[in-house]
Design a protein around this ligand. Structure first.
Ligand code: ADP
Ligand code: ZN
Ligand code: ZN
Length: 760
C-alpha cells in the first residue's frame, strides 16, 4: 500500500490559470483495504490541506469521517464517478506526521485497513467530529481543591454518602488540588459526586495557571542501589536515541523506582514520558505513586473512562500540558508533543495484545514507535516474555538486570505442596490450612490464588448425568451461587439456576469443581471471625468496589485475600507473608505452546506478592504433579533457566520466536463454511508459496478452533508459519487481496491475526 504522506505536490492555480484538480485520498474505517478518493470541496483552498486532517465525506448512503492521507493531482478512478468531500474538519492536522507514519506501518504489518487503524488510534469524540479540545472551558485546565470549610469535614463523618466520603478523602490527601485527569483514578461518575461537594461549599475550583506559584512539596526520590543506578544511567544516556531495553528485575526489585527516576530525567529535559501498563495493572495505587512523586498534570488513559475524559487526556498529551501519560494498551497511540521515553511495565502481559478487530501488540507497536521517534523504550518485567529474552540474546535489546529485591525484602521461598493422598477440604489441603492458621496467628495476611471465578465450573445431575451447557458455546455453564445464575464465561449468556434437572426432573443437582466464590464460602466456615476479601471480576463489578476492597486489605482489617489473576499484578501488600496457589496443575497440561510460559509467569507474579516488605514470604503450590519437570526447573533453577529450556524447546520445533506466525481465522453460523473457506484459501496460498522457493513457509490446517463453537458461531483457523518474517509478509501481501474473491467468502467472517498469542 504505497502512500505518500506528503501534501507538497499540490500547487494552487497560479495567476488565474486553471487550478490543477485536487483529489483527496481518505482512509475510512471499512473492511476495504484501499483508501478512497474524493474531489476537494469547492470552497477549500488546496494549499491549506495536509495529511492528518479529518474529512467528512459521503460514504455509501451515509456520511462518515475519514483521515486525509494524501492530496493528489490524479485519481485512478474515473473522475465523473468521484464524489465530493463535504467538509474539512481541521485547520491543522489532527494527527502528526509521526503518528501517520506509525499508523501506516501498523496497517502494513498487521494487514489491517488504514482507516481501521486510525479508528483505533483516535478517541471516540474525535472520530465523531468533535474539536480536539479539553472538555472544560476550551482547553484551560481546571483544578479542584478542598476549601477551608471543606477542610473541617472529616470524611469518616460521611458514612452515609460513601462516594462523597471517598472523594473527600482523595481531596484531603491532595491539598494542592487535582485536575480532571487526576480524578480519573477515582472510579465511576466522579463529576456528579464532585458537583455535590461543590454545592456544599467544601470544594472550590480554579484554573491551573493560577496555581503555578503555589508549588507543592513532592516526595523525594529513593537512593538507588547500584543495579538500579546502572539501569537509570543506561536508559538516560540513551535519551535522544532509539534503544530498546529489557529491565529484567525480580518482583519487588524496584523497577517502578527505576521508571520514576528515568521519567524524572526525561522531564528535566522538557520531554514527555509515555507509560503503558496492563489492564489490571493500572491501579489507583500506581497512579498515586506517580502523583506523589511528580506534582504535574498526569494524563491517564484507560477503558473505564468517559469519552470526554479520554479526549481531555489526549488533548493534554498532544499539547504537551501533560508531561506523563500513563495508560493501557491503546494509549500507545497517544500523540506526544515532545516524545522522550516509552516505558512498558509487565511487558509479558497478555493484555497488551488486542484480541479482536485490529489485533495489534501494543508492546511491539511501542518499540516501533520508539524507533521511528528515535527515543529509548524500556520493557520491564520480573518474568520477561520469551520473545523479549530472545531479543536480548540476539543483541536487539539491551538487558538491564535487577537481581535482588530492593530495600531489606528477601526473595520468598517457593515450594510445592504435594496434595496426592491428602484429605482435601473444598480444594484446601490440610497442610495449607495449618500454614494459614500459623501465619494468621502472627497477625499476618494470607493470599490465596485460584484463577477461576464463580462457585463451580460445572453443574451436574447426580441422577442422570446431565450437565448444564451453554447453548451457544462448546462450554459448561459456571454456577454462581450469590446471584443464583448459570453463566457462560465465554459468551456472557446467563440464565436462572435450575431447581430440577431439565432432563430427568431430579432435584439432586451438584456443583462440581471450585471457583473463588466456593472457596470463600469454605474459608468463612474454617476461619470464623476472620475477614475475607475476594477479588475477582464479580466482586469488583461495581465501580469503586475494587478500591474499597483493596482499602480493606491495606488497612489490615481483612486478613485473608482470595482472588483470580486480578490479584497477581502490581499490588503491594506488605503484610502478606503466605501465598497459596490452589490449582497449580491447571497450566501444566495444555495444548497451547505458550501455556508453560504463562504458568511460570503467573506463579512467579503471584508469588511476588509475598514478603515484599520486612517480613519474609512463603509460597506454596498445591499440586498433584510435584515432579513435573517444568515445575521443578522453575522452582529449583529459577525463571531464567526455565526460560532457556523453553526457548531451546521452541527452537527445536521452530515455534516463535524462532519463526513467525499468522492465523487466518474464520467463523460462520454453519459448521462447514469456515472449513470450506479456509480450504480454498489454503489452495490459493500454494501458488504464492512456490515462488518463495519453499523458503520455510508452511500452512497448517485448517482445523476447528479448540473451542469450535462460541457465541453461536463455528470457528476454524489456518496457521501460517514462516522461518523468516519477511517471507511471511511477502506471502500475506500477495495472498490476502485474493481472499475476497473466494466463492462463498461472504458466508464467513474472517480475519487475520499476525503474531497471534491465543489459538482458541
Ligand atoms: P517492582 O516494581 O520491581 O515490583 P517497586 O519499585 O515497587 O518494585 O519496589 C518495591 C519496594 O521496594 C517498594 O516499597 C519501594 O519503595 C522499595 N524500593 C525500591 N527501590 C528502593 C531503594 N533504592 N531503596 C529502598 N527501597 C526501595
Ligand atoms: Zn437428571
Ligand atoms: Zn456461551
Amino acid at each position: 500500500m504505497p502512500l505518500l504522506l506528503k501534501g507538497t505536490e499540490i500547487k494552487p492555480g497560479i495567476n488565474g490559470a486553471m487550478p490543477i484538480p485536487t483529489f483527496l485520498r481518505v482512509a475510512i474505517p471499512s473492511p476495504v483495504h484501499s483508501n478512497f478518493d474524493y474531489l476537494a470541496p469547492a470552497e477549500c483552498n488546496p494549499a491549506t490541506l495536509a495529511p492528518g486532517m479529518r474529512v467528512r465525506v459521503p460514504f455509501g448512503k451515509t456520511k462518515t469521517i475519514g483521515i486525509l492521507v494524501e492530496v493528489v493531482a490524479h485519481s485512478a478512478v474515473d473522475n465523473s464517478r468521484l464524489r465530493t468531500a463535504l467538509e474539512i474538519l481541521d485547520g491543522q492536522p489532527l494527527l502528526s506526521a509521526d503518528l501517520l507514519q506509525l499508523a501506516q506501518w501498523a496497517s502494513g504489518y498487521y494487514h489491517y485497513p488504514l482507516g481501521g487503524v486510525f479508528a483505533n488510534m483516535l478517541p471516540a469524540l474525535l472520530r465523531r467530529g468533535k474539536a480536539p479540545e479539553a472538555s472544560n472551558s476550551r482547553g484551560t485546565l481546571r483544578r479542584w481543591r478542598i476549601t477551608p470549610q471543606g477542610a473541617t469535614i472529616t470524611p469518616d463523618s460521611l458514612a452515609r454518602a460513601p462516594r462523597q466520603a471517598a472523594l473527600m478523602r482523595l481531596l484531603h490527601a491532595h491539598p494542592e488540588g487535582l485536575n480532571s485527569a487526576q480524578f480519573i483514578q477515582y472510579p465511576g461518575d466522579w463529576q456528579s459526586t464532585l458537583r455535590a461537594l461543590i454545592n456544599k461549599g467544601w470544594v472550590g475550583t480554579e484554573k491551573v495557571g493560577d496555581m503555578e506559584n503555589s508549588p507543592q512539596p513532592r516526595e523525594q526520590c529513593l537512593t538507588l542501589n547500584p543495579a538500579q543506578q546502572e539501569a537509570v544511567t543506561a536508559a538516560c544516556n540513551a535519551l535522544g536515541n532509539f534503544q530498546a531495553f529489557l529491565l529484567d528485575g525480580v518482583t519487588g526489585s524496584g523497577k517502578t523506582e527505576v521508571y520514576l527516576q528515568i521519567i524524572e530525567q526525561t522531564l528535566a529535559r522538557g520531554l514527555q514520558a509515555l507509560v503503558l501498563v496492563p489492564e489490571i495493572g493500572l491501579t489507583p495505587q500506581l497512579i498515586e505513586r506517580f502523583q506523589r512523586r511528580f506534582n504535574l498534570p498526569l494524563a491517564v488513559l484507560h477503558s473505564g473512562m468517559s469519552d470526554r475524559e479520554r479526549l481531555s487526556a489526549w488533548v493534554m498529551a498532544r499539547g504537551g500540558q501533560a508531561s506523563i501519560i500513563i495508560g493501557t494498551r491503546s494509549a500507545v497511540f497517544t500523540p506526544l508533543k515532545n516524545p522522550g521515553v516509552i516505558i512498558i511495565d509487565e511487558e509479558h502481559d497478555t493484555s497488551f495484545k488486542q484480541q479482536d478487530g485490529f489485533r495489534y501488540s501494543a508492546r511491539d507497536v511501542a518499540v516501533m514507535r520508539a524507533h521511528q521517534a528515535n527515543i529509548p523504550v524500556i520493557l520491564g518485567s520480573a518474568t520477561p516474555s520469551l520473545e523479549s529474552l530472545h531479543n536480548v540474546n540476539s543483541g536487539r535489546y539491551h538487558s538491564l538486570k535487577l537481581p535482588e529485591r530492593a530495600g531489606s525484602a528477601l526473595h520468598p521461598s517457593i515450594e510445592t505442596l504435594d496434595v496426592r493422598h491428602q484429605p482435601m477440604d473444598d480444594n484446601l489441603s490440610q497442610p495449607l490450612l495449618t500454614l494459614m492458621a500459623r501465619h494468621l496467628a502472627q497477625d499476618n495476611q494470607v493470599l490465596l490464588f485460584l484463577n477461576r471465578r464463580g462457585y463451580a465450573p460445572t453443574l451436574l445431575c447426580h441422577d442422570c448425568g446431565w450437565v448444564a451447557e451453554c447453548l451457544r458455546c462448546d462450554a459448561h455453564l459456571t454456577l454462581h451461587q450469590g446471584t443464583r445464575l448459570l453463566q457462560c464465561h465465554h459468551c456472557g449468556a446467563q440464565r436462572a439456576l435450575d431447581k430440577y434437572c431439565p432432563a430427568c426432573k431430579s432435584a439432586d443437582l451438584r456443583a462440581l469443581g471450585y471457583g473463588t466464590e466456593r472457596i470463600e464460602h469454605a474459608l468463612k466456615n474454617k476461619f470464623p471471625g476472620t475477614l475475607i476479601t475476594r477479588i475477582d471480576r464479580d466482586s469488583t463489578r461495581l465501580k469503586g468496589a475494587l478500591q474499597t476492597l483493596l482499602d480493606g486489605v491495606h488497612s489490615g482489617a481483612s486478613q485473608i485475600l482470595l482472588g483470580t489473576q486480578m490479584l497477581a499484578k502490581g499490588h503491594h501488600f506488605p503484610d502478606v507473608t503466605l501465598v497459596g496457589i490452589l490449582d497449580t496443575d491447571q497450566g501444566l497440561f495444555s495444548a497451547d505452546f505458550r501455556a508453560s510460559e504463562r504458568m511460570a509467569q503467573l506463579i512467579l507474579q503471584v508469588a511476588g506478592r509475598a514478603g515484599r516488605a520486612e517480613k519474609p514470604g512463603q509460597v506454596v503450590l498445591q499440586t498433584h504433579h510435584p515432579d513435573h519437570p517444568l515445575l521443578q526447573l522453575l522452582l529449583t533453577q529459577g525463571y531464567h533457566r526455565f526460560a532457556d529450556a523453553a526457548l531451546a524447546e521452541r527452537r527445536e520445533v521452530g515455534l516463535p520466536p524462532y519463526s513467525s506466525l499468522a492465523l487466518l481465522r474464520a467463523e460462520a453460523s454453519h459448521r462447514d463454511h469456515p472449513q470450506q473457506f479456509l480450504n480454498q484459501a489454503r489452495e490459493a496460498a500454494q501458488a504464492f508459496i512456490q515462488p518463495l522457493n519453499g523458503a520455510g513457509v508452511e500452512l497448517l490446517g485448517p482445523v476447528p478452533a479448540p473451542m469450535e463453537k462460541r457465541a453461536g458461531h463455528y470457528r476454524a483457523h489456518l496457521l501460517i508459519q514462516a522461518t523468516r518474517r519477511s517471507d511471511l509478509h511477502q506471502l500475506l501481501d500477495a495472498w490476502l487481496p485474493g481472499l475476497k474473491k473466494i466463492p462463498g467468502q461472504g458466508k464467513v467472517r474472517w480475519a487475520l491475526d499476525v503474531d497471534p498469542t491465543e489459538m482458541v
